[in-house]
Design a protein around this ligand. Structure first.
Ligand code: 5AD
Ligand code: SF4
Length: 481
């Protein structure tokens, strides 16, 4: 029976080489025979990790709805429950394994409930092996390159009741035309490229998401135009390294060309995640500065302030390069906001090297920083580097860094008090139904009082108070669009 399994092969993923040619493209179409499979049945999806997963979950939901499943009110009551997982750090994996472990009694009570696992954990040999041996409640495992296969696997499981495993370790074609249930009406994630060719030594993503492949420019622009025509206000362009967009399509400075074309659609707001300091070009900064609908907020992960650590991370830039890029952007786009990612406790990081990260933060005074303790990932080069830093020291470094980051975030936020900023309303705040929440153009979270503002409105808000991670304010109603 197990002959039907297609198991992950991390060695194959590791041996892949960027072929630097255009990815083949194909068009998705769901076979008629699958379209009624889900009639009378419900589904739910739990999503972990980055925006790429959020976007994939929208596609998975779209596929399930095309099969006539409907969304469950409560995910523990769903007939099909999908875990779309993240493998970037060990604690994210442990969390998911814990949740799946908790489902064992539910499965015994309701053997016909179906549990599926996909995303980056599904690409790991060790995890799939563990699931097959110790987690019999998981019925379907499909990889990041196998979303299009999920309907078939699900139909087969419904018919035969047998476990299904399909994980390709080498990416296939770019598949256009997959259905999507967008999670928001006014904001959309738009994939511009898939995969990563950077091979930072700590990171598992190049092995779980395959080589860099760019979607064709026209497909991206058409998706944004359609979204705008349906009332959409904001798009976030997604890729592990958006600055490498178009390299495989033989485009010269593909990312700045793409930004320009996306701005031409006239959509109110364009963001992009994630940038890599290595590939950033001057032309991309020019387009960002020139086009008002490209938001002046940049997420530019630095990871470390030490040249030696950056070298051992294989980041491909120096501290001086990062700082000159940062200074250049600040001078060309004075009102830009910056966020970053930082790892502490990389194998062998000395106190002096950690101090260099702190001094870089002092220079940049980031608006926001996502900080992590290094987590060894099996199969990556850093996992076999000597790591003799005690856990206590790593925790202490994280605390020191977080305190510094929060201090600067607050100082940056205090500059907004008394100013009026433009906010795209996301709806009522999570904590208080009577307060609305939304983001400014430069990506600050604002909680604000309003009378008649609705989700999707772009509204001027006067800022009354600054916190470390958000702003408070009052809508100046009457000028909503
Ligand atoms: N350990 C800790 N943090 C990591 N990241 C990626 N891999 C690891 C790891 N093994 C962080 C990086 C990256 C962010 C998405 O996650 O900072 O930018
Ligand atoms: Fe991982 Fe580095 Fe690629 Fe980011 S750029 S996904 S950190 S390998």
């Amino acid at each position: 029976m197990e002959n039907n399994y297609k198991l992950p092969d991390q060695n194959a993923a590791r041996m892949r080489r960027s072929r630097n040619r255009e990815a083949e493209q194909s068009e998705y179409s769901m076979p008629e025979t699958l379209r009624q499979c889900g009639k009378g049945r419900t589904y739910a999806i739990r999503t972990y990790g980055c925006q790429a997963n959020v976007r994939d979950s929208e596609t998975i939901a779209g596929l399930l709805e095309q099969m006539s499943f409907t969304r469950a009110e409560n995910d523990t009551e769903a007939d099909v429950l999908v875990f779309n997982t993240c493998a970037v750090r060990r604690n994210a994996e442990e969390h998911v394994l814990g949740e799946i472990g908790n489902l064992k009694p539910l499965k015994l009570q309701h053997p016909d409930r179906i549990f599926a696992l996909c995303g980056c954990m599904a690409q790991e040999e060790g995890i799939v092996d563990l699931l097959l041996k110790k987690y019999p409640q998981v019925d379907i495992i499909f990889g990041t390159h196998n979303l299009d296969r999920f309907p078939q696997m699900l139909a087969q499981h419904l018919q035969e009741g047998r476990r299904q495993v399909q994980v390709d370790s080498i990416e296939g074609n770019i598949i256009e035309g997959m259905p999507a249930m967008r999670s928001r009406r006014f904001k959309a994630f738009v994939n511009i490229m898939y995969g990563c060719d950077k091979f930072c030594t700590y990171c598992i993503v190049p092995y779980t998401r395959g080589r860099e492949r760019s979607r064709r420019l026209q497909n991206i622009v058409d998706e944004i135009r359609e979204f705008k025509a349906s009332g959409g206000k904001e798009v976030a362009l997604l890729g592990q390294n958006v600055n490498a967009y178009g390299k495989d399509l033989q485009m010269k400075d593909g990312f700045s060309t793409l930004l320009d074309k996306c701005a031409d659609t006239g959509i109110d707001r364009i963001r992009f995640y994630t940038s890599h300091p290595r590939d950033y070009t001057s032309a991309a900064i020019d387009v960002m500065a020139a086009r008002p609908n490209i938001m002046k907020a940049l997420h530019l992960p630095v990871q470390s302030g030490s040249d030696e650590i950056l070298r051992r991370m294989n980041r491909g830039y120096t501290r001086a390069h990062y700082l000159s890029l940062y200074d250049d952007m600040r001078s060309r786009i004075p009102d830009i906001t910056f966020s970053t990612d930082i790892i502490v406790g990389f194998p062998g990081e000395t106190d002096a090297q950690f101090e260099e990260t702190l001094s870089l933060v002092d220079h940049c005074q980031f608006d926001q920083a996502f900080t992590f303790i290094y987590s060894p990932r099996e199969g990556t080069p850093a996992a076999s580097m000597k790591d003799d830093i005690p856990e206590e020291v790593k925790k202490e470094r994280l605390e020191i860094l977080n305190e510094k980051v929060a201090g600067y975030a607050r100082i940056r936020n205090e500059q907004y008090v008394g100013k009026t900023v433009s906010v795209l309303c996301d709806g009522p705040s999570k904590k208080n139904e009577r307060i609305m929440a939304g983001y400014t153009e430069d990506n600050k979270l604002v909680n604000f009082k309003a009378v008649s503002v609705k989700e999707g409105d772009i509204v001027p808000v006067k800022i009354t108070e600054a916190r470390s991670f958000s702003l408070n304010g009052e809508a100046e109603e009457g000028d909503v669009h």
